[in-house]
Write a protein that binds this ligand. Structure first.
Ligand code: ATP
Ligand code: MG
Length: 260
């Protein structure tokens, strides 16, 4: 095990902007970013890497979201020695998946469905970011070719398959049409911050962009199922609106997520 430092090592430019503070490490991240928080700020630190979502992308998307939907505000962004540093305001509240989120599961899925409906109702013509399949499938191919996919991490029903076979299936079964919305891109419960009884902010928005709504629904549905159970996962889809749903696409975007 490596020792975890008790404070982030920040570039001077960032130290000048952020007031002296006690920092604590936030655990639970899977994206490869180190996440630190003080009482007022959050800093994400990540090595620049090809074929991966950068903190620069997250910064651009946070800036775009500002004034549209509640999200942290960007405070500073720096790159030093191959590392990216993104400082933002800390939003009050806790992730929806947190054990201290003592809301009834029915309330949680109601809020999640509402937050996604609201995001998906933003006009796509205003959004400069594209995450449609013509963008993501070539990226997935590059990630597979670069050996970046953890094949041991595939969902149970796909355990043992190769990343190449998953990619080939995605290419072969690509939906003819995408039902385009502004999508979060990583719509799991931990990326929605609950403030009291309401969703206070969307976070972790590095993959936000125009995509089929099922890109979000597939991940949100799976996240609710694993955190709250099948019954509430079904209820989540009912609340979002069955008329908009396509089960084949839900499965497609679950498969798609294996390569990201
Ligand atoms: N601006 C913020 N305000 C309050 N808490 C935050 C903020 N940003 C991040 N957090 C906390 O830190 C956790 C991790 O941050 P984030 O989701 O951005 O990165 P990550 O989890 O490493 O990425 P991934 O979800 O892809 O693994 C969040 O679940 C949340 O608890
Ligand atoms: Mg996250």
């Amino acid at each position: 095990m490596t020792d975890t430092p008790d404070r982030p090592t920040l570039p001077d430019a960032l130290k000048r902007v952020l007031p002296a503070a006690r920092w604590e490490r936030v655990s639970g991240g899977q994206s490869g970013a180190q996440v630190w928080r003080s009482t007022r700020f959050v800093v994400k630190v990540q090595a620049r890497a090809p074929h991966a979502v950068s903190l620069q992308q997250e910064r651009e998307r946070l800036r775009w979201l500002h004034g549209r939907l509640p999200a942290p505000q960007v405070v500073a962004f720096e790159v030093e020695d191959g590392q990216e540093f993104l400082a933002m305001t800390r939003v009050p509240g806790i992730p929806m998946s947190h054990p201290d989120a003592l809301l009834h599961p029915e309330r949680i899925v109601t809020l999640l469905a509402r937050a996604l409906r609201e995001l998906h109702a933003l006009p796509i013509r205003d959004c400069p970011f594209r995450q449609t399949l013509d963008v993501t499938l070539p990226l997935a191919r590059e990630r597979v070719q670069a050996g970046l996919i953890d094949q041991t991490d595939f969902d149970g029903d796909r355990a043992g398959r190769s990343a190449v076979s998953v990619f080939n299936e995605l290419a072969r079964t690509r939906p003819a049409q995408e039902d385009l919305v502004v999508a979060h891109g990583d719509a799991t419960l931990d990326n929605f911050i609950l403030n009291g009884e309401f969703v206070g902010a969307l976070i972790d928005v590095g993959r936000l962009g125009i995509a089929d709504r099922h890109a979000d629904l597939a991940l949100a549905h799976r996240s609710v199922r694993s955190e709250l159970g099948e019954r509430y996962a079904t209820q989540f889809l009912d609340l979002y609106g069955r008329a908009l749903l396509d089960d084949t696409k839900l499965a497609y975007y679950r498969l798609h997520d294996e390569l990201f």
